[in-house]
Design a binder for this molecule. Structure first.
Ligand code: ZN
Length: 643
C-alpha cells in the first residue's frame, strides 16, 4: 500500500502503490501483477508435472503420464528441432507452389484447416445456434488477417506505420528462411500485406462484433452460394468435412462478399503466396530457433517485451493449450483440494442469493422483467475446478521424437473433434478453459459460470483468509461472471441460453440509459497520457465489475465478519473487502502492450477496474471516508447502479 496517498484521491495507489513501485515488469513479461504472479506460479507447477512425467520413461503406453510426458519431452528437444530447419513444412510449401487455379486454392484452404496447418481467409467453427441452442451448427466468421486488430491495417499514425513495417519485415524474414531470394521475399510481403489490408477493410470493428443480433445471419447454404459464388460453400463445406447441414451462420456477410470478389480479382499466384504465408506463420513457433526468434522479434514490436520467455515456459503453456485435459488430470490431483470446491460452492450460493436480493430491490425495473431476470439467475449452471468428464484425445498420436507432427496431429484431432459435434446433442460437460487457467468465464448460450482450479488460489481465494479478502477477491469474480449474464450483450439471452428478448421495452430503455452513463465514465479514463479507454468496447466487462462487486459486497455483509466492525491489521472488514478487490487488479504493464490492449481487450486496464466500480458504491465512500473535494468523489445522485 501507499498510505501517504488519500484513498479518495487515488485508491489504486493507496491500495497498491508500494507494490507497484517495487515490482516492475520482468524482462520476459509484458505485464506484471496479481494475475501474472499466480500464472507464473501455475506454469511452474505445470512444468514440474511435465518434467516428472517426461522422466518416467517406463510409464505405460497410452497412460496420461506417458502421453503428456512424451509431448513435453519432444517439445523441449530443441537440438532435434533445430536440426530440421523448415523441413517439417517443406511439403506444404511445395504442394501450394504446384497449385494452378482457383479451385486448387480453395481445396488448399480446406486442407490446411482440416489438417491443423492454418486457417486462411476466414474463421470457421462448430457451436450452438444461439437462437436454437440445442443445435450444433457450422459458423463462419470474418478473419484472414494476422495483425491483432483491423486498425493496424487501416490507420497511418507513426506507431501503426512502425508496426506495419515490422510486420512486412517479419514476412520477408520467414520467406528468406525457406530459401526465397530477398527480393522475392520482399515482394511477397507487399502482396500479403495488401491482400490482408483489403480483408481488414471488410471486417467489422470489435465494438460492432459485440452485437449478438447484428452478427447472427443464418443462410441456407444454397443461398450463400448465390451471394458468394466463387466460394461455392456446398463444395467447400464438403472438403471441410461438414456434411448433412443445410444452413450456416455467418457473423459478417459483407466480409464474405468482399472475399468472394477478391478471389477472382487477385491473381492465383498471389493467393498461393498468401497460403504459403499462412503455413509459415502458423508453423514458425514450432520450427527451428531462427523461425522462433524471428517470430519473437516481431511480437516485440507489438508488445515491447524485452527477452523471450524461456522455452520450458512456452512449451508448458503449449502443452496446456494443446492437450490441456490430459495435463489437467495430473494438475488437479496435485493442486486442487476438495475443501476449496466446498467453499466455492458455498460462496457461489451466497452470491446468487445476494444477486436475487439486489434484483428484487431494483428501483428501475418492472415486476414483469424482474421475474424473468430471477428465472435466468436461478437457471445458471456453475462449474468449479475441472470437468466431470475429461476429454480423452482418443486417436491422437503423440510421439516422443516428433514435436512438429505432435502439434499438427493435435490441430487435426481438434478439428475432427469439433466437426464430430455436428448433429449430436449439445455436450454440457464441456469446458472452454483448462484446469490450470487463471481466469473464469460466462457462456451465454450455456448460461453457465465456470471457474477453473487455476484461479481458486491466493490472491483470489485462500481458505485460510478472512471472508473480506475472499469476497473482495473470488467473490467479486463470481459476481462478475454472473453479471455477464446481465450485461449489455449477455442480457439479450434468456434463461435457456437462447438469444430472445425477455425485457419490456421500457425496462430495456432504462437499462441502456444506465449502461450509457457507465460507458461515459470509462471513456474519460486514459492510458499513456492520451489514449482513451473505449467505454463501448469494455462496457460488458465494466457492467460485470459493477454488478459483481456490488453483489459480492452484499453477500459479504451476510457473513459474520461482514456484520462485525472488528479490525484486522488496522483495517475494518469493509476496508479489507475493497482492498482485496483493489489488490487483485494491481499491476505494471509495458507501454507498447498497454497501447495494443486498449484496441483489442474488452477489459479495462487494471488501474481503472480498481476504481471504476467502487466509485459508484456508497459502501466504499463510507469505508474510506471519501468526501466532496476528493478527486474520485461522485455525488450520490451521480453514482451508477445497474444490478
Ligand atoms: Zn468478464
Amino acid at each position: 500500500m501507499d498510505l501517504s496517498v488519500k484513498p479518495g484521491d487515488d485508491f489504486y495507489t493507496y491500495a497498491s502503490g508500494t507494490w507497484i513501485k517495487n515490482n516492475p515488469v520482468p524482462a520476459k513479461e509484458t505485464r506484471w501483477g496479481s494475475f501474472n504472479l499466480l500464472r507464473d506460479f501455475n506454469i511452474s507447477a505445470v512444468k514440474t508435472i511435465l518434467a516428472e512425467s517426461a522422466a518416467k520413461t517406463n510409464a505405460p503406453a497410452g497412460s496420461v503420464e506417458k502421453r503428456v510426458g512424451d509431448f513435453y519431452a519432444a517439445a523441449m528437444d530443441s537440438a532435434a528441432i533445430d536440426k530440421l530447419g523448415y523441413t517439417p513444412i517443406k511439403a506444404d510449401l511445395e504442394r501450394i507452389s504446384a497449385i494452378t487455379d482457383l479451385n486448387g486454392v480453395l481445396h488448399e484452404v480446406a486442407f490446411l484447416r482440416t489438417s491443423g496447418a492454418g486457417s486462411p481467409m476466414f474463421g470457421f467453427y462448430v457451436g450452438q445456434d444461439r437462437k436454437d441452442v440445442e443445435n450444433m451448427v457450422p459458423q463462419l466468421s470474418q478473419g484472414g488477417t494476422t495483425l491483432p486488430d483491423r486498425d493496424y491495417y487501416l490507420k497511418n499514425d507513426a506507431r501503426t506505420l512502425r508496426i506495419q513495417e515490422a510486420y512486412k519485415n517479419y514476412i520477408t524474414t520467414l520467406f528468406t528462411l525457406t530459401g526465397a531470394p530477398q527480393a522475392t521475399a520482399q515482394k511477397n510481403a507487399e502482396t500479403i500485406f495488401g491482400m490482408e489490408q483489403k480483408l481488414a477493410e471488410a471486417q467489422m470493428a470489435r465494438v460492432e462484433m459485440r452485437d449478438p443480433y447484428k452478427t447472427y445471419n443464418k443462410f441456407a447454404i444454397a443461398d450463400l452460394n448465390k451471394q458468394t459464388p466463387n466460394l461455392n460453400w456446398s463444395q467447400l463445406m464438403q472438403k471441410m468435412k461438414v456434411t448433412g447441414q443445410d444452413t450456416i451462420l455467418v457473423n459478417n456477410p459483407a466480409f464474405f462478399k468482399t472475399l468472394d470478389g477478391q478471389l477472382t480479382s487477385t491473381p492465383v499466384a498471389d493467393w498461393k503466396t498468401y497460403l504459403q504465408w499462412n503455413v509459415l506463420k502458423s508453423a514458425a513457433p514450432y520450427l527451428s530457433s531462427d523461425f522462433v526468434d524471428a517470430n519473437f522479434a516481431f511480437s516485440q514490436v507489438l508488445s515491447g517485451q524485452k527477452v523471450q520467455t524461456p522455452r520450458w515456459q512456452r512449451m508448458s503453456s503449449l502443452t496446456d493449450g494443446t492437450i490441456g485435459e490430459l495435463l489437467g488430470q495430473l494438475y488437479v490431483q496435485k493442486h486442487f483440494k476438495p475443501e476449496a470446491k466446498a467453499r466455492m460452492d458455498e460462496m457461489i450460493e451466497n452470491l446468487i442469493k445476494a444477486y436475487e436480493i439486489r434484483i428484487n430491490n431494483l428501483d428501475w425495473m418492472s415486476a414483469e422483467t424482474k421475474e424473468k431476470a430471477l428465472a435466468k439467475l436461478h437457471a445458471f449452471t456453475p462449474k468449479v475446478g475441472y470437468p466431470t468428464k475429461w476429454k480423452t484425445y482418443d486417436g491422437l498420436a503423440i510421439s516422443r521424437n516428433n514435436f512438429f507432427q505432435n502439434v499438427r496431429n493435435a490441430g487435426q484431432w481438434g478439428y475432427n473433434d469439433m466437426i464430430s459435434q455436428l448433429g449430436k446433442p449439445v455436450d454440457r460437460t464441456k469446458w472452454g478453459m483448462t484446469p490450470p487457467t487463471v481466469n473464469a468465464y460466462y457462456s451465454p448460450v450455456m448460461n453457465e459460470i465456470v471457474f477453473p482450479a487455476g484461479i481458486l488460489q491466493f490472491p483470489f481465494f485462500d481458505p485460510k483468509a478472512d471472508d473480506a479478502v475472499n469476497y473482495g477477491g473470488i467473490g467479486a469474480v463470481i459476481g462478475h461472471e454472473i453479471s455477464h449474464g446481465f450485461d449489455d450483450s449477455g442480457s439479450q439471452y434468456d434463461k435457456d441460453g437462447t438469444l430472445r428478448n425477455w425485457w419490456t421495452a421500457e425496462d430495456r430503455a432504462k437499462f441502456q440509459e444506465k449502461a450509457k452513463t457507465l460507458q461515459e465514465q470509462y471513456d474519460t479514463y486514459t492510458v499513456l497520457d492520451s489514449i482513451h479507454v473505449n467505454g463501448k468496447l469494455t462496457l460488458g466487462e465494466n457492467i460485470g465489475d459493477l454488478g459483481g462487486l456490488s453483489a459480492a459486497y452484499e453477500a459479504f455483509k451476510m457473513t459474520k465478519q461482514g456484520k462485525s466492525k472488528k479490525k484486522i491489521d488496522g483495517f475494518t472488514p469493509d476496508q479489507r473487502f475493497f482492498l482485496s478487490w483493489a489488490q487483485v487488479w494491481r499491476g505494471n504493464i509495458l507501454p507498447e502492450t498497454a497501447a495494443q490492449m486498449i484496441l483489442t481487450d474488452t477489459h479495462s486496464p487494471g488501474q481503472y477496474r480498481t476504481i471504476g466500480a467502487p466509485v459508484n458504491m456508497d459502501a466504499w465512500y463510507k469505508a474510506f471516508n471519501v468526501k466532496p473535494g476528493d478527486k474520485l468523489y461522485k455525488k450520490p445522485e451521480d453514482r451508477i447502479r445497474i444490478w
